[in-house]
Design a protein around this ligand. Sequence first.
Ligand code: PLP
Length: 395
Amino acid sequence: MPFGLSNRVKEIAPSPTLAIDTKTKQMIAEGVDVINLSVGEPDFNTPKPACDAAVEAIYCGFTKYTAVPGIVELRKAIAEKLERENGVTYSPDEIIVSSGGKHSLYNIFVAIINPGDEVIVPAPYWVSYPEMIRLVGGVPVIVETDESTGFKVTPEMLSAAITEKTKALVLNTPSNPTGAVYSPDEIRALAKVIEQHEFYVISDEIYEKLLYDAEHLSSAAVSEGMKKRTLLVNGFSKAFSMTGWRMGYVAGDRAIIKAMTSFQSQTTSNPVSISQKAAIAALNSFDPEMVTEFRRRRDFVLRRLEEMPLIRCIEPQGAFYAFPNIADILGKSYNGQTIDSSDTLAELLLTESKIALVPGSGFGAPNNIRISYATSMANLEKAMDRLESFLKNVR
Ligand SMILES: Cc1ncc(COP(=O)(O)O)c(C=O)c1O
């Protein structure tokens, strides 16, 4: 390293999910039979109308710069979707499209956080929130939750975390990594607390369509007061199996969208033109079969976990993750090696049992591990057999 790195970048922890995924893919490339339960992407194809629209865009020469926040046609289509499915009204200039939900979130933090501002992040959290907040000089205020509240913050827990420095709350429902879904009543109860204060709600709704016996209510739809405070984040990666197309968006206050657009204009410019055309077609191509299949897999994984020793798992109501508790395993050993953390457990499962899953530590939940069931039933069956025989050998 000839001339050193910036202090800012030195402090970033790399994404643990992507690190495991990379290691797993390397093992698979070397011919090792690893089952990958670490990925956060659906194993379905992008809907055909989206692919067709992209091909047409390429051949029609729609391959140049577009308006920075995305073409009006796409922002109108998103506004219609938000009205139709979420019951909230936005105009196209209250929407900005970026290169994936992750990019949307980072742009929000840049636009609203000053150094020292606090952002309340309920744990277990998606790995990138605290890192992004720190990157822009903000202070993540972690509110721990566990199985006793279904991994959800209660109004009391939220109240206790609010200070005069609070600038925003991150609310992710359905949740990665827990699969928890706030019911409409729970969202309304949190809104009662939030409406007494002046801070933003960054509402990450990227898994909103992947629900099992649960209902999704956007914070923005609760009241005018909540709409004013909410920056609604969504994207195409999960519901439309479009992780590689990099399409995410934010709807919210016009002035913030304008500020985000200025920032985006000086950093990444418009999101990919071809992906924008695909996204318009995708909005009307959601396949409910995906939910049926994920539910089947979720039920299977839960049933198998229930039969295993030393592990317990609450029922996820959304997304495609199970988040079992492994506290009873910690301190025990496998083949003479002490399992002192969820990281050691994940490492052993990868090297000894050839199952890749993500330790809870990166999600602020050291007593849990994340299993993604976005893989085939055949893989899940094999993986659950391997996990069970591993656990039977933990002493
Ligand atoms: C909770 C959550 N938010 C946002 C994202 C960002 O997704 P993308 O950048 O692919 O749109 C992810 C992806 O894993 C996620 O799990």
